[in-house]
Design a protein around this ligand. Structure first.
Ligand code: SF4
Length: 313
C-alpha cells in the first residue's frame, strides 16, 4: 500500500497526475482561510525530513517501473511540499531514473526566499505557486503566515525564482471577497505580477467550505474585473464552482455578505436592521456578523451596532 504516492488523479490543469506527499497532514508555513485540507496543525518555516524520503523514492520506483501513462508527477498533498528538506533528492531521483516523466510542484512559494531551496528545485518542469495577497495586510488576513514570514519575503523569493528557474510558472490567485478584491488590490496584483515570469494565472474562488466560515465565493463581476485587469499582462483561467447546487447557495450567501459589507461601509448598523435589509432571519445574520467581526472585516461598537473596517494600506 502506498503511503506517500497517490493517484494518478485526473487534474483540471495537469491531466493524469501522480501525486507525491512529502509532509504529514497538515504541515504548512501558512494557514490559509480557504484551505481545503483544514486548519494547519504544524505551522512552521522549519524544513525537516517530514516523511522518510527513502520510502517515498522506493514507492515511486515501484509505481513508475510499471510505466503508467502520466502527464505529470506532482508534489502536492495536504501541506507545503518544500518543507521537506530532501525534496531535491526526490527531484534528482525522478530526473535521473525516469526522465520521460514531467515533474510539477504545487507550492505556497513562501520558502523561495531561501537560495538553497531554489537550487534544490532545479529540474522541475512546471511550478504552480500561489499569490493571494497584494500587500502585508492581505497576507496576514488570508494566508496567516507562520511567525517570521512576511509578504516582502514571499515576493522576493518569487521574483528570484522566476529569474533563476527554467520551469514553466503557472500562478494561482485565490479571490477572497472583502479582503483582496478592491480595485486598488487588483491594480497592486497587476503591478506585482508584471515583474514575474508567469505563463498563465488561474483565478480560484471558494467552491467548498474552507477553514474560515466567513469566506464567501467571489461574485461573477469581481472575477470579471480581475480577469480584465490581469489579462492585459498574462492569459487568465478561471476555476468554475464544482456543483450547480453549491453555486446557487454560494451566490445567495455572497449576495447577503456583500450587502452587509456595503451597508456597514456607509454607517453603523444594528443586526436587526441588517436582517430586515437583506431579508434573512436574524440568527443567520448574527452568525455571519460574528464571522465577519472575527475576520476583522467588521467591528462592533459599544452600542452593539457594527461598522465596516477600512482595509489597511
Ligand atoms: S498553503 Fe496550501 S496547504 Fe498551506 S494552508 Fe494554504 S492552501 Fe493549505
Amino acid at each position: 500500500m502506498s503511503r506517500y504516492v497517490f493517484g494518478p488523479i485526473a487534474s483540471r490543469r495537469l491531466g493524469a497526475s501522480l501525486g507525491v506527499d512529502l509532509v504529514r497532514a497538515k504541515t504548512c508555513s501558512l494557514d490559509c482561510v480557504y484551505c481545503e485540507a483544514g486548519a494547519t496543525t504544524c505551522h512552521t518555516l522549519e524544513r525537516t525530513e517530514a516523511v522518510p524520503v527513502d520510502a517515498v523514492i522506493s514507492e515511486l520506483r515501484q509505481v513508475l517501473q510499471t510505466a503508467p501513462e502520466l502527464d505529470f508527477i506532482t508534489f502536492s498533498g495536504a501541506g507545503e511540499p518544500t518543507l521537506n528538506s530532501r525534496i531535491g533528492d526526490v527531484i534528482r531521483f525522478l530526473k535521473k531514473e525516469f526522465p520521460q516523466y514531467k515533474v510539477c510542484l504545487l507550492t505556497n512559494a513562501c520558502g523561495l526566499y531561501d537560495p538553497a531551496l531554489r537550487r534544490e528545485l532545479t529540474g522541475l518542469d512546471v511550478v504552480i505557486p500561489s499569490l493571494d495577497a497584494s500587500n502585508e495586510a492581505e497576507f496576514q488576513k488570508i494566508n496567516r503566515p507562520a511567525p517570521g514570514l512576511t509578504f516582502e519575503m514571499l515576493m522576493a523569493g518569487l521574483r528570484a525564482f522566476c529569474q533563476e528557474s527554467t520551469a514553466r510558472i503557472l500562478l494561482e490567485l485565490f479571490i477572497v471577497p472583502g479582503v483582496n478584491d478592491s480595485p486598488e488590490s487588483v491594480e497592486r496584483f497587476a503591478s506585482l505580477i508584471k515583474d514575474l515570469r508567469v505563463e498563465r494565472i488561474q483565478l480560484n474562488m471558494l467552491d467548498r467550505p474552507g477553514v474560515a466560515g466567513w469566506v464567501i465565493p467571489a461574485p461573477p463581476e469581481t472575477v470579471e474585473h480581475f480577469r480584465k485587469v490581469l489579462e492585459k499582462i498574462v492569459p487568465v483561467d478561471c476555476a468554475a464552482p464544482r456543483k450547480e447546487e453549491n453555486a446557487a447557495d454560494a451566490v445567495r450567501r455572497t449576495e447577503m455578505v456583500c450587502r452587509i459589507l456595503e451597508l456597514t461601509a456607509r454607517e453603523a448598523c444594528a443586526a436587526a436592521s441588517l436582517a430586515e435589509a437583506v431579508q434573512v432571519e436574524l440568527p443567520v445574520v448574527e452568525a455571519n456578523l460574528k464571522r465577519l467581526i472575527s475576520a476583522g472585516l467588521l467591528q462592533k461598537l459599544p452600542d452593539g451596532k457594527v461598522i465596516a473596517k477600512q482595509p489597511a494600506g
